[in-house]
Design a protein around this ligand. Structure first.
Ligand code: GLN
Length: 500
């Protein structure tokens, strides 16, 4: 079977038309992943037993002639910071290498009920901190379009799995661009929902006021299907909202509706620093959309230049708080052989020159060995900006700037319905190119972080259909919508997709 043309919808049709069983399609995907992923490294591990038992369940539903939910039988790759009961969940970190999830994330629970299949857990930057997947403690994922390049991050494993046909779709998480940027680098679709649209229960937290779970798919239509399945209020996440109650417009979109929309082009996003090929490709996309008679307007988001600094203060502050719970006692120990490590710890301890209680020794050893450099960097930065004496100068200031950034968007949305921007300043970069230069790495998020600071929905859409291995690097564009108006950006995206 050719897995490259499969979408959620096509699998659904294939199952209901009895072209294949869920068991067959799952086996086919698992076999393909085992072969293909030797080169790509998208998955950290396969969850074969789970996948096959889920497939059996779907086949029972078929045999009982039950109406199949649209996601039944669809193999979805899951980022390894999302909990599946009984399965390991490492968040790409050594400190969780031996942890097994005690419960299902709410999104997982919903997808299980919908009959989705989980073939495996995908690679990510440690605790979702990064833009290339190179910060994973376990492996570096490669971009399926060019194996010398990164797939983006932090959901690089999920994006690469979808782009290389090793899953029909995937879940990622996005704190500052981690769904949209890897989707853009790999030539697939990635949706970051409005803050509060999807429950974060069971997502290993990075920065709680910015994190959202969302779909990575081959088509905008599939992104919509997956989003519909995971959204909604959850009693276990107090920041989640009753989506349908806040939605004051029709759910479906007509071409007429889209033609009446105005799309804004923020001039700050098209200034210097944007790679020339990326610029040209985006101009093509705009031209195509103009052929639908959609009106474009130049707009201004003047505080864009402060977004990255603001993000790195707020995000680090929240990271330092969220990662404090990994103390080497709860969750899992990183190694059982503590005696051998004791001597190692002693020398470290002497270096920092502080006598410690037995408990502190455990914290020092486990956290010192368990966290990678990027996690440590952000914990230190976050602790600093929250410390007495610096709190007002950094953290409180950043919160004010965050509000101003949100105001910029509010103002722009009085004029336009949707905003179109690049996803990142360049296409996928080479493995190793930025790994030793954190600031250069941070800059690749410049167009995605303002969206998280403002809590808005945004989607990245490939500018054309990319064929793997044709030497071309994918480029996409980002559509940003008003809060809880995913339908707007999905609608424009779906029409764009049809024009290709
Ligand atoms: N690349 C960004 C960072 O390193 C965003 C990460 C994310 O969205 N999880 O913080």
């Amino acid at each position: 079977m050719d897995l490259s043309n499969l979408t959620i919808k096509k699998i659904h049709e294939g199952l209901t038309d009895k072209k294949f069983s869920a068991f067959e399609i799952t086996q086919e995907f698992l076999a393909y992943i085992e072969e293909k992923d030797r080169k790509i490294n998208a998955y950290l591990r396969l969850t074969k037993d789970l996948a096959l038992s889920q497939a059996n369940q779907v086949d029972v539903w078929l045999a009982e002639k039950r109406e199949l939910p649209i996601l039944a039988g669809a193999p979805l790759a899951i980022k390894d910071n999302i909990l599946i009961e009984g399965e390991p969940a490492t968040a790409g970190s050594k400190i969780l290498a031996n942890y097994r999830a005690a419960y299902d994330a709410t999104v997982i629970k919903k997808l299980k009920q919908a009959g989705a299949i989980f073939p495996g857990k995908t690679n990510l930057d440690e605790f979702a901190m990064g833009s290339s997947t190179e910060n994973s403690a376990f492996k570096t994922t490669k971009n399926p379009c060019d194996l010398e390049r990164v797939p983006g991050g932090s959901s690089g494993g999920s994006a690469a799995a979808v782009a290389a046909d090793m899953a029909v779709a995937a879940l990622g998480s996005d704190t500052g661009g981690s769904i949209r940027q890897p989707a853009g680098f790999c030539g697939v679709v990635g949706l970051k929902p409005t803050y509060g649209a999807v429950s974060r229960y069971g997502l290993i937290a990075m920065a709680s006021s910015l994190d959202q779970i969302g779909p990575i798919t081959k088509t905008v239509e599939d992104a919509k299907i997956l989003f519909e399945a995971i959204k909604g209020r959850d009693a276990l996440d107090s920041t989640s909202v009753d989506y349908d109650a806040v939605l004051e417009h029709s759910k479906e979109f007509s071409l007429e509706g889209i033609r009446k929309m105005k799309i804004g082009l923020p001039k700050e996003y098209f200034a210097g620093g944007l790679d020339k090929q990326t610029r040209l490709a985006i101009d093509e996309a705009i031209k195509l959309l103009k052929s639908l008679k959609i009106e474009f307007r130049e707009i201004s988001l003047p505080r864009t230049k402060y977004a990255l600094s603001c993000y790195y203060i707020i995000m680090s502050a929240e990271v330092s708080a969220n990662l404090a719970r990994f103390d080497g006692i709860r969750y899992a120990r990183i190694d059982a052989d503590s005696r051998a490590k004791e001597s190692e710890y002693m020398s470290e301890n002497q270096r920092v020159n502080q006598p410690k209680s037995a408990l502190e020794k455990i914290y020092f050893r486990q956290r010192g060995r368990g966290f990678g450099d990027e996690a440590k960097r952000r914990i230190i930065l976050g602790t600093f900006v929250l410390s007495a004496g610096y709190y007002d100068a950094y953290y409180a200031k950043a919160q004010k700037v965050r509000r101003l950034i949100k105001k910029d968007f509010n103002k722009a949305f009085q004029e336009v319905d949707v905003i179109l921007t690049p996803i990142s300043p360049t296409p996928a970069f080479k493995i190793g190119e930025k790994v030793d230069d954190p600031l250069a790495m941070y800059l690749s998020d410049i167009f995605t972080v303002p969206v998280n600071l403002a809590g808005l929905p945004a989607i990245s859409i490939p500018i054309k259909k990319y064929k793997r291995g044709d030497g071309e690097l994918p480029v996409g564009f980002q559509l940003i919508g008003k809060p809880f108006r995913e339908t707007d950006i999905l609608g424009v995206g779906q029409y764009y997709e049809k024009l290709l």
